[in-house]
Design a binder for this molecule. Structure first.
Ligand code: GAR
Length: 200
């Protein structure tokens, strides 16, 4: 089935390397005319974020968020690009209320563990995988969830599980989980965009 056109306008907010952003762009590109979303804006609280460089390399608008707590400014930026759906991909700042309210149900995050476990303030990157290993978990994975005003609390949209192997280090587990993120997030965003397009 061909996706409805035009594609849903997707913004990605990222603070780091941007490997999830890349997976999203590549997946939507590979879908061609069936893609239900298009990345129209990448924004970061860090000027040196790899995600911004990846966006510029693909001629996608790339912007530094001067004050991540300024909800009105962020909403203005998103409005200027007529953003319909927002994906946080390694974005380490709390999204202000103005934005979570306006884009309620249309803003999601990827977390590198199986929520509701191993989430919340301070739980990002290596710390998540250290905590999973320290707790003796047999499984970890990636979670896509709706974003509200608290870290990692919104409704779960999708999960992919991976095993925790004996002898895993935080780095080896992180790499396995990141592989799951790169499979799960682009497909989930395509599905969300399809649902959004058909509900419009
Ligand atoms: C990803 O593993 C993502 O799940 C994590 O940051 C990494 C970003 O990688 N996010 C969090 O920990 C948020 N709580 P990337 O910049 O290469 O996509």
């Amino acid at each position: 089935m061909t996706a409805p056109t035009p594609p849903v306008r997707l913004a990605v907010l990222a603070s780091g390397a941007g490997s999830n952003l890349q997976a999203i762009i590549d997946h939507l590109d590979a879908l061609g005319a069936a893609r239900a979303a298009e990345v129209v804006l990448v924004a970061s609280n860090r000027a040196d974020a790899g995600a911004l460089a990846r966006a510029r390399a693909r001629r996608i608008a790339a912007t530094v968020i001067a004050d991540p707590a300024d909800g009105r400014a962020l909403a203005r930026l998103l409005d200027a690009h007529r953003v319909e759906l927002i994906a946080l991909a390694g974005y380490l700042k709390l999204v202000p209320h103005e934005v979570t309210e306006r884009w309620s149900g249309r803003i999601v995050n990827i977390h590198p563990a199986l929520l509701p476990g191993f989430g919340g303030p301070g739980m990002y990157g290596r710390r998540v995988h250290e905590a999973v290993i320290a707790a003796g978990q047999r499984e970890s994975g990636a979670t896509v969830h709706q974003v509200d005003d608290a870290y990692d609390r919104g409704a779960i949209v999708a999960q992919e599980r991976v095993p925790v192997e004996p002898g895993d280090t935080p780095e080896s587990l992180a790499a396995r989980v990141l592989g799951a993120e790169h499979r799960l997030y682009p497909r989930t965003l395509q599905a969300l965009a399809l649902a959004l397009a058909t509900s419009n």
